[in-house]
Design a binder for this molecule. Structure first.
Ligand SMILES: Nc1ncnc2c1ncn2[C@@H]1O[C@H](COP(=O)(O)OP(=O)(O)O)[C@@H](O)[C@H]1O
Ligand SMILES: [Mg+2]
Length: 394
Protein backbone atom coordinates (compact mmCIF):
# COMPACT_ATOMS: atom_id res chain seq x y z
CA UNK A 1 0.00 0.00 0.00
CA UNK A 2 1.02 3.64 -0.47
CA UNK A 3 4.01 4.23 1.81
CA UNK A 4 3.55 7.95 1.82
CA UNK A 5 0.16 7.65 3.45
CA UNK A 6 1.39 5.14 6.06
CA UNK A 7 0.05 6.55 9.35
CA UNK A 8 2.28 4.64 11.79
CA UNK A 9 5.20 6.18 13.60
CA UNK A 10 7.69 3.79 15.15
CA UNK A 11 10.45 5.64 16.96
CA UNK A 12 11.45 6.90 20.40
CA UNK A 13 9.10 9.68 21.45
CA UNK A 14 7.30 9.81 18.06
CA UNK A 15 3.68 10.80 18.64
CA UNK A 16 1.46 7.87 17.63
CA UNK A 17 -1.41 8.45 15.20
CA UNK A 18 -3.78 7.24 17.94
CA UNK A 19 -2.79 7.58 21.59
CA UNK A 20 -4.76 4.54 22.67
CA UNK A 21 -5.59 3.44 26.19
CA UNK A 22 -4.14 6.43 28.03
CA UNK A 23 -7.24 8.47 28.88
CA UNK A 24 -7.04 7.63 32.59
CA UNK A 25 -3.51 8.85 33.08
CA UNK A 26 -4.05 11.97 30.99
CA UNK A 27 -7.08 12.84 33.05
CA UNK A 28 -5.04 12.38 36.21
CA UNK A 29 -2.56 14.93 34.88
CA UNK A 30 -5.35 17.32 33.93
CA UNK A 31 -6.72 17.21 37.47
CA UNK A 32 -3.24 17.71 38.89
CA UNK A 33 -2.63 20.83 36.80
CA UNK A 34 -6.03 22.24 37.68
CA UNK A 35 -5.70 21.62 41.39
CA UNK A 36 -2.19 22.99 41.79
CA UNK A 37 -3.18 26.16 39.92
CA UNK A 38 -6.08 26.50 42.35
CA UNK A 39 -3.65 26.00 45.29
CA UNK A 40 -5.14 22.69 46.26
CA UNK A 41 -2.87 19.85 47.32
CA UNK A 42 -2.33 17.08 44.81
CA UNK A 43 0.30 14.41 44.35
CA UNK A 44 2.77 14.88 41.54
CA UNK A 45 3.22 12.07 39.01
CA UNK A 46 6.09 9.68 38.42
CA UNK A 47 5.21 7.44 35.49
CA UNK A 48 7.21 4.27 35.41
CA UNK A 49 7.38 1.48 32.89
CA UNK A 50 9.58 -0.42 30.49
CA UNK A 51 11.12 0.96 27.33
CA UNK A 52 8.78 1.55 24.43
CA UNK A 53 5.53 1.70 26.39
CA UNK A 54 4.96 5.37 25.58
CA UNK A 55 6.27 7.31 28.57
CA UNK A 56 8.02 10.00 26.54
CA UNK A 57 4.95 10.43 24.36
CA UNK A 58 2.83 10.93 27.50
CA UNK A 59 5.31 13.38 28.95
CA UNK A 60 5.21 15.47 25.78
CA UNK A 61 1.43 15.34 25.77
CA UNK A 62 1.33 16.46 29.40
CA UNK A 63 3.65 19.35 28.62
CA UNK A 64 1.18 20.52 26.00
CA UNK A 65 -1.68 20.15 28.50
CA UNK A 66 0.24 22.15 31.10
CA UNK A 67 0.94 24.92 28.61
CA UNK A 68 -2.68 25.14 27.61
CA UNK A 69 -3.52 25.42 31.32
CA UNK A 70 -1.21 28.44 31.39
CA UNK A 71 1.79 26.76 32.99
CA UNK A 72 5.41 27.67 32.29
CA UNK A 73 7.06 24.38 31.46
CA UNK A 74 10.52 22.87 31.63
CA UNK A 75 11.11 19.52 29.95
CA UNK A 76 14.44 17.77 30.34
CA UNK A 77 15.86 14.32 29.81
CA UNK A 78 18.26 12.88 32.36
CA UNK A 79 21.44 11.20 31.19
CA UNK A 80 23.81 8.65 32.58
CA UNK A 81 26.55 11.25 33.02
CA UNK A 82 24.86 14.57 33.65
CA UNK A 83 23.90 15.85 37.07
CA UNK A 84 20.43 17.06 37.96
CA UNK A 85 21.80 20.51 38.78
CA UNK A 86 23.55 20.92 35.44
CA UNK A 87 20.43 19.73 33.67
CA UNK A 88 18.06 22.15 35.36
CA UNK A 89 20.04 25.36 35.74
CA UNK A 90 19.82 26.70 32.16
CA UNK A 91 16.06 26.06 32.09
CA UNK A 92 15.41 27.66 35.45
CA UNK A 93 17.42 30.63 34.33
CA UNK A 94 15.32 31.00 31.18
CA UNK A 95 12.15 30.62 33.21
CA UNK A 96 13.14 33.33 35.67
CA UNK A 97 14.06 35.65 32.83
CA UNK A 98 10.69 35.05 31.20
CA UNK A 99 8.97 35.80 34.50
CA UNK A 100 11.04 38.94 34.79
CA UNK A 101 9.46 40.20 31.59
CA UNK A 102 5.93 39.82 32.92
CA UNK A 103 4.81 43.09 34.40
CA UNK A 104 4.10 42.95 38.11
CA UNK A 105 5.05 44.42 41.42
CA UNK A 106 7.38 42.73 43.89
CA UNK A 107 10.92 41.49 43.93
CA UNK A 108 10.55 37.72 44.11
CA UNK A 109 11.77 37.25 40.56
CA UNK A 110 14.98 39.13 41.20
CA UNK A 111 15.38 37.12 44.39
CA UNK A 112 14.83 33.95 42.36
CA UNK A 113 17.71 34.94 40.13
CA UNK A 114 19.89 35.72 43.15
CA UNK A 115 19.10 32.31 44.65
CA UNK A 116 19.83 30.57 41.34
CA UNK A 117 23.21 32.30 41.27
CA UNK A 118 23.83 31.18 44.82
CA UNK A 119 22.90 27.62 43.79
CA UNK A 120 25.35 27.69 40.89
CA UNK A 121 28.07 28.84 43.28
CA UNK A 122 27.27 25.92 45.58
CA UNK A 123 27.31 23.04 43.14
CA UNK A 124 30.95 23.59 42.16
CA UNK A 125 30.63 22.10 38.72
CA UNK A 126 31.27 23.69 35.44
CA UNK A 127 27.99 24.45 33.77
CA UNK A 128 29.57 26.35 30.93
CA UNK A 129 28.99 30.01 30.41
CA UNK A 130 25.73 30.71 32.07
CA UNK A 131 25.56 34.32 31.20
CA UNK A 132 23.17 36.22 33.39
CA UNK A 133 23.32 39.66 31.96
CA UNK A 134 21.42 41.06 34.89
CA UNK A 135 23.24 42.93 37.56
CA UNK A 136 22.12 40.76 40.45
CA UNK A 137 24.46 39.40 43.09
CA UNK A 138 24.11 35.81 44.29
CA UNK A 139 22.22 35.58 47.57
CA UNK A 140 24.92 34.11 49.80
CA UNK A 141 23.73 31.26 51.97
CA UNK A 142 20.44 30.83 50.11
CA UNK A 143 21.19 27.65 48.15
CA UNK A 144 24.96 27.21 48.19
CA UNK A 145 25.60 24.79 51.05
CA UNK A 146 26.71 22.21 48.49
CA UNK A 147 24.21 19.72 49.92
CA UNK A 148 21.68 19.20 47.17
CA UNK A 149 19.00 17.98 49.58
CA UNK A 150 19.08 21.39 51.22
CA UNK A 151 19.85 23.58 48.22
CA UNK A 152 17.37 22.21 45.72
CA UNK A 153 14.32 22.73 47.96
CA UNK A 154 15.47 26.30 48.57
CA UNK A 155 15.96 26.88 44.87
CA UNK A 156 12.54 25.43 43.96
CA UNK A 157 10.95 27.58 46.65
CA UNK A 158 12.52 30.74 45.26
CA UNK A 159 11.48 29.84 41.71
CA UNK A 160 7.92 28.93 42.69
CA UNK A 161 7.54 32.10 44.76
CA UNK A 162 8.72 34.13 41.80
CA UNK A 163 6.15 32.41 39.59
CA UNK A 164 3.42 32.88 42.17
CA UNK A 165 4.16 36.57 42.41
CA UNK A 166 3.62 36.95 38.65
CA UNK A 167 0.45 34.87 38.71
CA UNK A 168 2.15 31.96 36.96
CA UNK A 169 2.55 28.25 37.68
CA UNK A 170 5.46 25.98 36.82
CA UNK A 171 5.55 22.40 35.55
CA UNK A 172 8.87 20.58 35.51
CA UNK A 173 8.82 17.44 33.38
CA UNK A 174 11.75 15.04 33.55
CA UNK A 175 12.30 12.00 31.36
CA UNK A 176 14.55 9.03 32.18
CA UNK A 177 14.52 9.78 35.92
CA UNK A 178 16.18 6.44 36.68
CA UNK A 179 19.52 7.97 35.72
CA UNK A 180 19.55 10.22 38.78
CA UNK A 181 21.60 9.17 41.77
CA UNK A 182 19.70 8.33 44.92
CA UNK A 183 20.82 11.63 46.49
CA UNK A 184 19.50 13.56 43.48
CA UNK A 185 16.20 11.72 43.67
CA UNK A 186 15.88 12.39 47.34
CA UNK A 187 16.70 16.09 46.75
CA UNK A 188 13.88 16.23 44.21
CA UNK A 189 11.55 14.55 46.68
CA UNK A 190 12.52 16.98 49.45
CA UNK A 191 12.01 19.89 47.07
CA UNK A 192 8.50 18.68 46.24
CA UNK A 193 7.82 18.19 49.92
CA UNK A 194 8.51 21.87 50.41
CA UNK A 195 6.24 22.81 47.48
CA UNK A 196 3.44 20.88 49.09
CA UNK A 197 3.96 22.32 52.58
CA UNK A 198 3.89 25.86 51.25
CA UNK A 199 1.26 25.16 48.61
CA UNK A 200 3.42 26.67 45.92
CA UNK A 201 2.42 26.39 42.26
CA UNK A 202 5.10 23.98 41.05
CA UNK A 203 4.34 20.54 39.67
CA UNK A 204 6.79 17.75 38.93
CA UNK A 205 6.08 15.06 36.38
CA UNK A 206 8.65 12.37 35.88
CA UNK A 207 8.95 9.35 33.66
CA UNK A 208 11.38 6.49 33.64
CA UNK A 209 12.13 3.00 34.75
CA UNK A 210 10.78 1.96 38.13
CA UNK A 211 12.74 3.76 40.89
CA UNK A 212 10.76 3.21 44.07
CA UNK A 213 12.42 -0.09 44.97
CA UNK A 214 15.78 1.71 44.84
CA UNK A 215 14.80 4.41 47.31
CA UNK A 216 15.40 3.88 50.97
CA UNK A 217 14.23 5.11 54.35
CA UNK A 218 12.82 8.60 54.65
CA UNK A 219 12.99 9.40 50.93
CA UNK A 220 10.87 6.39 50.20
CA UNK A 221 8.12 7.23 52.64
CA UNK A 222 8.08 10.86 51.49
CA UNK A 223 7.96 9.75 47.88
CA UNK A 224 4.97 7.55 48.55
CA UNK A 225 3.12 10.44 50.14
CA UNK A 226 4.04 13.08 47.55
CA UNK A 227 3.77 11.18 44.30
CA UNK A 228 1.48 8.86 42.45
CA UNK A 229 3.40 6.19 40.59
CA UNK A 230 1.21 5.21 37.69
CA UNK A 231 2.48 2.09 36.00
CA UNK A 232 2.60 2.56 32.23
CA UNK A 233 2.30 -0.86 30.68
CA UNK A 234 1.46 -2.64 27.46
CA UNK A 235 -2.02 -2.01 26.04
CA UNK A 236 -4.80 -4.53 26.61
CA UNK A 237 -6.07 -6.12 23.41
CA UNK A 238 -9.02 -3.79 22.71
CA UNK A 239 -6.77 -0.70 23.04
CA UNK A 240 -4.01 -2.30 20.99
CA UNK A 241 -6.56 -3.05 18.27
CA UNK A 242 -7.77 0.54 18.38
CA UNK A 243 -4.19 1.85 18.13
CA UNK A 244 -3.88 -0.01 14.82
CA UNK A 245 -7.38 0.08 13.41
CA UNK A 246 -8.32 3.71 13.91
CA UNK A 247 -5.35 5.21 12.02
CA UNK A 248 -5.81 2.72 9.17
CA UNK A 249 -9.50 3.55 8.87
CA UNK A 250 -8.82 7.27 9.18
CA UNK A 251 -6.61 6.84 6.10
CA UNK A 252 -9.56 5.23 4.29
CA UNK A 253 -8.24 1.65 4.46
CA UNK A 254 -9.04 -1.43 6.54
CA UNK A 255 -7.50 -4.29 8.49
CA UNK A 256 -9.02 -7.66 9.24
CA UNK A 257 -9.84 -8.88 12.73
CA UNK A 258 -7.54 -11.90 12.65
CA UNK A 259 -4.68 -9.68 11.46
CA UNK A 260 -5.19 -7.46 14.51
CA UNK A 261 -5.29 -10.48 16.74
CA UNK A 262 -2.03 -11.82 15.32
CA UNK A 263 -0.26 -8.48 15.84
CA UNK A 264 -1.44 -8.46 19.43
CA UNK A 265 -0.17 -11.98 19.94
CA UNK A 266 3.27 -11.05 18.62
CA UNK A 267 3.63 -7.65 20.32
CA UNK A 268 1.86 -8.47 23.59
CA UNK A 269 0.41 -4.97 23.25
CA UNK A 270 3.71 -3.07 23.63
CA UNK A 271 3.18 0.28 21.90
CA UNK A 272 6.54 0.52 20.16
CA UNK A 273 6.08 -2.92 18.64
CA UNK A 274 2.51 -2.09 17.61
CA UNK A 275 3.79 0.87 15.62
CA UNK A 276 6.51 -1.20 14.01
CA UNK A 277 4.15 -4.02 13.01
CA UNK A 278 1.49 -1.63 11.82
CA UNK A 279 4.02 0.28 9.75
CA UNK A 280 5.45 -2.78 8.01
CA UNK A 281 2.12 -4.53 7.56
CA UNK A 282 0.81 -1.43 5.79
CA UNK A 283 3.85 -1.17 3.53
CA UNK A 284 3.88 -4.80 2.54
CA UNK A 285 0.17 -5.45 2.07
CA UNK A 286 -0.64 -5.32 -1.62
CA UNK A 287 -4.18 -4.13 -1.07
CA UNK A 288 -6.63 -3.13 1.63
CA UNK A 289 -7.85 -4.74 3.85
CA UNK A 290 -4.61 -5.83 5.52
CA UNK A 291 -4.99 -9.57 6.11
CA UNK A 292 -3.62 -12.16 8.50
CA UNK A 293 -1.39 -13.37 5.70
CA UNK A 294 0.06 -9.89 5.22
CA UNK A 295 0.95 -9.79 8.89
CA UNK A 296 2.48 -13.25 8.80
CA UNK A 297 4.67 -12.46 5.81
CA UNK A 298 5.99 -9.24 7.39
CA UNK A 299 6.76 -10.76 10.77
CA UNK A 300 10.23 -11.93 9.79
CA UNK A 301 11.06 -8.51 8.40
CA UNK A 302 9.76 -6.71 11.48
CA UNK A 303 11.72 -9.00 13.76
CA UNK A 304 14.83 -8.31 11.72
CA UNK A 305 14.27 -4.56 11.85
CA UNK A 306 13.68 -4.63 15.60
CA UNK A 307 16.81 -6.68 16.09
CA UNK A 308 18.83 -4.22 14.04
CA UNK A 309 17.41 -1.02 15.50
CA UNK A 310 15.72 -1.43 18.83
CA UNK A 311 17.62 -4.35 20.33
CA UNK A 312 21.02 -4.33 18.65
CA UNK A 313 22.00 -0.81 19.80
CA UNK A 314 21.53 -1.95 23.36
CA UNK A 315 23.24 -5.29 22.83
CA UNK A 316 26.31 -3.64 21.31
CA UNK A 317 26.94 -1.60 24.45
CA UNK A 318 27.31 -4.70 26.60
CA UNK A 319 30.48 -6.35 27.84
CA UNK A 320 30.83 -10.14 27.37
CA UNK A 321 30.07 -10.64 31.06
CA UNK A 322 26.92 -8.49 30.82
CA UNK A 323 25.80 -10.43 27.76
CA UNK A 324 26.28 -13.65 29.64
CA UNK A 325 24.17 -12.36 32.53
CA UNK A 326 21.34 -11.31 30.23
CA UNK A 327 21.56 -14.51 28.22
CA UNK A 328 21.16 -16.40 31.47
CA UNK A 329 18.08 -14.36 32.33
CA UNK A 330 16.71 -15.13 28.86
CA UNK A 331 17.34 -18.81 29.44
CA UNK A 332 15.03 -18.56 32.44
CA UNK A 333 12.24 -16.91 30.42
CA UNK A 334 10.61 -13.50 30.34
CA UNK A 335 11.18 -12.66 34.02
CA UNK A 336 11.39 -11.11 36.57
CA UNK A 337 13.86 -13.63 37.98
CA UNK A 338 15.32 -14.15 41.41
CA UNK A 339 18.96 -13.12 41.53
CA UNK A 340 19.74 -16.41 43.26
CA UNK A 341 18.21 -18.37 40.37
CA UNK A 342 20.33 -16.39 37.91
CA UNK A 343 23.47 -17.16 39.91
CA UNK A 344 22.56 -20.84 40.14
CA UNK A 345 21.95 -21.07 36.40
CA UNK A 346 25.30 -19.39 35.74
CA UNK A 347 26.89 -21.79 38.16
CA UNK A 348 28.49 -19.06 40.28
CA UNK A 349 28.07 -17.63 43.78
CA UNK A 350 25.51 -14.84 43.95
CA UNK A 351 28.02 -12.54 45.69
CA UNK A 352 30.25 -12.52 42.60
CA UNK A 353 27.48 -11.01 40.48
CA UNK A 354 27.14 -7.67 42.27
CA UNK A 355 29.35 -5.68 39.88
CA UNK A 356 27.81 -6.97 36.64
CA UNK A 357 24.34 -6.35 38.03
CA UNK A 358 25.31 -2.81 39.03
CA UNK A 359 26.71 -2.01 35.60
CA UNK A 360 23.62 -3.40 33.87
CA UNK A 361 21.42 -1.26 36.11
CA UNK A 362 23.54 1.80 35.37
CA UNK A 363 23.18 1.16 31.64
CA UNK A 364 19.42 0.94 32.11
CA UNK A 365 19.25 -2.66 30.88
CA UNK A 366 17.84 -4.26 34.02
CA UNK A 367 16.08 -3.03 37.13
CA UNK A 368 15.01 -4.51 40.38
CA UNK A 369 11.21 -4.75 40.58
CA UNK A 370 11.45 -6.02 44.17
CA UNK A 371 14.11 -7.06 46.61
CA UNK A 372 16.21 -9.93 45.31
CA UNK A 373 14.67 -9.86 41.85
CA UNK A 374 15.84 -8.67 38.45
CA UNK A 375 13.93 -7.87 35.30
CA UNK A 376 14.85 -6.58 31.88
CA UNK A 377 13.85 -3.02 31.00
CA UNK A 378 13.26 -3.85 27.34
CA UNK A 379 10.16 -5.89 26.58
CA UNK A 380 10.74 -9.12 24.67
CA UNK A 381 14.49 -8.75 25.18
CA UNK A 382 14.66 -12.38 26.28
CA UNK A 383 13.42 -13.49 22.85
CA UNK A 384 16.03 -11.26 21.22
CA UNK A 385 18.84 -12.63 23.41
CA UNK A 386 17.94 -16.17 22.40
CA UNK A 387 18.10 -15.13 18.74
CA UNK A 388 21.37 -13.23 19.18
CA UNK A 389 23.08 -16.00 21.14
CA UNK A 390 21.25 -19.20 20.22
CA UNK A 391 23.30 -21.57 22.36
CA UNK A 392 23.29 -21.06 26.10
CA UNK A 393 26.59 -21.87 27.80
CA UNK A 394 27.40 -21.34 31.42
N1 LIG B 1 -0.82 4.83 23.60
C1 LIG B 1 -0.15 4.50 22.48
N2 LIG B 1 -0.77 3.92 21.45
C2 LIG B 1 -0.07 3.59 20.34
N3 LIG B 1 1.24 3.82 20.16
C3 LIG B 1 1.91 4.40 21.15
C4 LIG B 1 1.26 4.77 22.37
N4 LIG B 1 2.17 5.33 23.18
C5 LIG B 1 3.35 5.32 22.51
N5 LIG B 1 3.21 4.75 21.29
C6 LIG B 1 4.30 4.53 20.32
O1 LIG B 1 5.29 3.74 20.99
C7 LIG B 1 6.61 4.13 20.64
C8 LIG B 1 7.43 4.39 21.88
O2 LIG B 1 6.97 5.52 22.60
P1 LIG B 1 7.90 6.26 23.67
O3 LIG B 1 7.12 7.36 24.26
O4 LIG B 1 9.21 6.61 23.03
O5 LIG B 1 8.15 5.11 24.75
P2 LIG B 1 9.07 5.15 26.06
O6 LIG B 1 9.40 6.57 26.35
O7 LIG B 1 8.23 4.52 27.14
O8 LIG B 1 10.28 4.32 25.74
C9 LIG B 1 6.45 5.33 19.69
O9 LIG B 1 6.62 4.87 18.38
C10 LIG B 1 5.02 5.79 19.91
O10 LIG B 1 4.47 6.34 18.72
MG1 LIG C 1 11.28 7.46 26.50
Amino acid sequence: MDRIRNPFSPGAGSPPPELAGRDGILEQAQVLFGRIRARRPEKSLLMTGLRGVGKTVLLNEMERMAQSEGYRTILVEAHENKSLAVLLVPHLRRLLFDLDRIAGAGNKVRRGIAVLKSFIGGIRVNIGDVEFGLDIEPERGAADSGDLEVDLPNLFTAVAEAAEERGAAVAILIDEIQYFSSSELSALIMAMHKMQQRQLPLVLIGAGLPILPGLAGESKSYAERLFNFPDIGPLPEPDAAKALKDPIEAAGEAIEQDALHEIFRLTKGYPYFLQEWGYQAWNHATASPISLQDVQTTTELVTQRLDENFFRVRFDRLTPREKQYLRTMAELGAGPHRTSDIADTMGVKITTLGPVRASLIKKGMVYSPSHGAMACTVPLFDEFMRRAIPRFER
